[in-house]
Design a protein around this ligand. Structure first.
Ligand SMILES: [Fe+2]
Length: 209
């Protein structure tokens, strides 16, 4: 069974992000967002590959990068559930308490060069997150020419499918914020900035280059 895709354990307590994302919301993250939503993506992914078991054991990120290699009969299922698995695994690391509270060094310099200023970058990210209609994700990515970009994707689509490397991610599905923020997605986005683990973001930025 070890070759099956596995739900990663959350490495932090549900009240660790209080008060920015309150304990009740994180409890929902734990009990529903991680244990139910993320687990369902993993289960569905494993089920999809019953018909193509040669994919078991491959990193889900590699499968997404080469999504056209996946048999057409299960490609949409793998795109949705493999994306859901990869995106959430990445997101938990973004939220992991600890690490730097702001970007520094090479990443900060590149954000300023690419977007004009740190504030201008955040504004652009906020707009991407706010204007994504329905369900999806906001991203900071590095493209294959090592340039930074901000955009959003629909549903569980991953930047990996475009050959881009995720650096920062925000889940803007209603399941991520509805309990605490109801329809106030902008308030949730504002709270998000106060809990970003910039050490992880910088690490992913360096890996992408
Ligand atoms: Fe989610």
């Amino acid at each position: 069974m070890s070759q099956l895709f596995e739900l990663p354990a959350l490495t932090f307590a549900f009240n660790a992000l209080e008060p920015a994302i309150d304990a009740r919301t994180m409890e929902i993250h734990m009990e529903i967002h991680h244990d139910k939503h993320h687990a369902a993506y993993v289960n569905n992914l494993n089920k999809a590959f019953e018909s193509a078991p040669e994919f078991y054991g491959q990193p889900v990120e590699k499968i997404l990068k080469e999504i056209n290699q996946v048999p057409e009969s299960i490609r949409t299922t793998v795109r949705n559930n493999g994306g859901g698995h990869a995106n959430h695994t990445f997101f938990w690391d973004v939220l992991n308490p600890g690490g730097k509270k702001a970007p520094t060094g090479d990443l900060l310099a590149d954000l300023e060069k690419s977007f004009g200023s740190l504030d201008a970058f955040m504004e652009k990210f906020n707009t991407a997150a706010t204007t994504r209609f329905g369900s999806g994700w906001a991203w900071l990515v590095v493209d294959n020419e090592k340039k930074l970009h901000v955009y959003s994707t629909a549903n569980q689509d991953s930047p990996l499918m475009e050959g881009h490397s995720p650096v920062l991610a925000l889940d803007v599905w209603e399941h991520a914020y509805y309990l605490n923020y109801q329809n106030r997605r902008p308030d949730y986005i504002k709270a998000f900035w106060s809990v970003v683990n910039w050490s992880f973001v910088e690490q992913e930025y360096q890996k992408s280059r």
